[in-house]
Design a protein around this ligand. Structure first.
Ligand SMILES: Cc1cc2nc3c(=O)[nH]c(=O)nc-3n(C[C@H](O)[C@H](O)[C@H](O)COP(=O)(O)O)c2cc1C
Length: 188
């Protein structure tokens, strides 16, 4: 089983990068992990004229390829103004362009972290809406880390054991459901 993991934030000290790292740690040895940094796949703002003239930008093609090669996606995202960060939406929009939709049928585990009290839950809901439109199998349960500025210790672990257990549970659920779908439908 191959899992593509990325954060919806770019900054080096991102709480969502930290949360993703906690989840990746719990998945180690149980799946092949492809860790993506959205900074590796920079792309211009979506522009239909640019697409018509030049096709998809190289970053978008690479992003599509990484998604297509995965069985499941693990995404940890902040919320910007109660919604999906523009960088993440732009990358998804480019990746959704024909001829193929790489999101279709992929299991998606969503997580979010924010220094605020809602733990990016509205951003995660917005990502769910977008990926559902693309026929992804977005899992119902999520992990939301509120007050993320105080949630991690110096080694990057979640201080609250309940939060750590939620991450473990979500990752175990993703593995279980992806394995079931793979057993039923066969590999990608
Ligand atoms: C443009 C912008 C809008 C934001 N809007 C929200 C918001 O609606 N809710 C929230 O909890 N935090 C909001 N924040 C704060 C982010 O949660 C905070 O910057 C967080 O650290 C970003 O995630 P990261 O740590 O993974 O980079 C916003 C930040 C930016 C830059």
């Amino acid at each position: 089983m191959k899992i593509l993991a990325f954060a919806g934030a770019l900054r080096a000290g991102s709480y969502n990068r930290k949360l993703l790292a906690v989840a990746v740690e719990s998945l180690q040895g149980q799946a092949e992990l492809d860790l993506l940094d959205l900074r590796e796949i920079t792309m211009p703002l979506y522009d239909g004229d640019l697409e018509a003239r030049e096709g998809l930008p190289e970053g978008a093609l690479r992003f599509k390829g990484r998604i297509a090669a995965a069985d499941a996606l693990l995404i940890s995202t902040p919320e910007y103004n109660h919604s999906i960060p523009g960088t993440l939406k732009n990358a998804i929009d480019w990746a959704s362009r024909p001829p193929d939709n790489p999101f279709s049928g992929k299991v998606v585990q969503l997580m979010g972290a924010s220094p605020g009290q809602f733990g990016a839950v509205r951003g995660v809901l917005a990502v769910r809406q977008v990926l559902t439109a693309l026929n992804a199998v977005v899992l119902p349960s999520t992990v939301q880390i509120a007050r993320a500025d105080g949630a991690f210790d110096e080694s990057g672990r979640l201080k609250d054991p309940k939060s750590a257990a939620q991450v473990e549970k979500a990752c175990a659920g993703m593995l279980r459901i992806t394995a079931r779908l793979l057993a039923q439908d066969g590999p990608r």
